[in-house]
Design a protein around this ligand. Structure first.
Ligand code: ACO
Length: 356
């Protein structure tokens, strides 16, 4: 009997040209660029063009800008995100109403546009605010920020853009794997993205940043961090925003998002608090698990950055989907070109045939 790879840890399920997560070194390369360089200077359109092109959907930054803007306007007429209590439920329901278009690339632009448009529709409806139509003259991140907050704030929009770029792809994470499994059966890109949204929703994956902000609120001041964290660990609860399946170091995206928060230039007591809590949590987890490397992950500073650009914590997971959809779509395209049906095996541990 073969050993069971519980959680598929360490199992290599695909070859990809999209991103390389080097967990021992704390390095992330996205389609040939370090995440630090992309997060510092790339537009969301440039990051998307890089991913799509690497996956065989050749395009340029200028084409993405034009066609993604047009797609936002088109899908806004067709979509209507429900006022669900959970934004991921609304996103999943709204995107499920779409169908593939004539070409793979156009479908990709529509799905990428739809994630942002549906998130903003849900967010504003849930807050009792009027839904804002897309403005195709704006870059994608600036338009998303405006559709969410109603504000024209280039600095905050750039902060959001740095977030979207930083999280646009990340190896064979659970939601990307879900998208690739669906694509591997020959199913459509809409179904693959809807499946990925379902996987991203969980607190062990994309559902962590809202709880990170709840944690920072509950701690309140740096002096209270140690007692609070120790109490959580003693109670057997997980510290949100800490630990990662692949990284055995500090997640490199944390530094990018921390720097993006700092670049907003505001006096941020929350950033100071977050840094203090990170240090305390790392130390406490090291004491409890001396053989593990439980360090800060991307979700920790996601919470601080998205809060600082004026987005409510209820929308943190949908915002993650807005960035990661670029990666999901690239993986769907790559899976179609290079992959096989994904169909692992299982070890049967049930009753033998004939047992009552
Ligand atoms: N706080 C406390 N204990 C932890 C934490 C944490 N943040 N992370 C792992 N552990 C402990 C587990 O309780 C477990 O202990 P046990 O062996 O005594 O039961 C041990 O470390 C191993 O945990 P696993 O869940 O098996 O390890 P895995 O590799 O699956 O963990 C994960 C990765 C799910 C991210 C985990 O670290 C975690 O739950 N973190 C908190 C949630 C979070 O931040 N999620 C976002 C991840 S980043 C992303 O997906 C974008």
């Amino acid at each position: 009997m073969k050993a069971t790879a519980n959680g598929l840890e360490g199992v290599v399920a695909a070859e990809t040209a999209l991103s390389d997560v080097r967990g021992d070194e704390g390095v992330l390369v996205i389609a040939g660029a370090d995440v630090e360089a992309l997060g510092e200077s790339a537009s969301f359109e440039a990051a998307t063009a890089r991913l799509f092109t690497a996956a065989g959907l050749a395009t340029t930054e200028a084409q993405v800008k034009e066609r993604l803007a047009a797609a936002r306007v088109r899908v806004a007429r067709r979509l209507s995100a429900p006022v669900a209590a959970n934004g991921m439920d609304a996103l999943r329901a709204a995107l499920a109403t779409l169908s593939e278009t004539d070409t793979e690339l156009e479908t990709a632009f529509e799905l990428l546009a739809a994630t942002s448009v549906a998130t903003a529709q849900w967010y504003r409806r849930a807050r009792g605010e009027p839904v804002l139509a897309p403005d195709p003259s704006l870059a994608h991140a600036a338009d998303l920020h405006r559709m969410m907050t109603g504000a024209h704030d280039p600095l905050a929009a750039r902060g959001l853009e740095r977030y979207l770029v930083t999280v646009c792809d990340h190896g064979m994470n659970a939601s990307t794997f879900a998208a690739r499994v669906v694509a591997s059966t020959g199913s459509d890109a809409v179904s693959a993205v809807v499946a990925a949204i379902g996987a991203l929703k969980g607190p062990l994956h994309g559902g962590a940043p809202g709880p990170v902000l709840d944690m920072l609120d509950a701690i309140g001041t740096p002096e209270r961090a140690e007692a609070w964290i120790d109490g959580e660990i003693a109670a057997g609860r997980r510290i949100m925003g800490m630990g990662h399946r692949v990284y055995k170091t500090r997640d490199p995206r944390a530094a990018v998002l921390e720097a993006a928060t700092k670049a907003l230039g505001k006096d941020s007591p929350r950033l100071t608090l977050a840094r203090a809590v990170e240090g305390v949590a790392r130390k406490a987890l090291k004491a409890k698990y001396p053989d593990r490397s439980l360090d800060v992950n991307v979700e920790f500073y996601t919470a601080v950055l998205l809060d600082a650009v004026g987005i409510d914590r209820a929308a943190f997971s949908p915002m993650f989907a807005c960035g990661r959809t670029a990666g999901w779509l690239a993986h769907v395209a790559e899976q179609r070109r290079t992959g096989r049906l994904i169909r692992p095996a299982s070890t049967y541990v049930g009753a033998e045939a004939g047992c009552p």
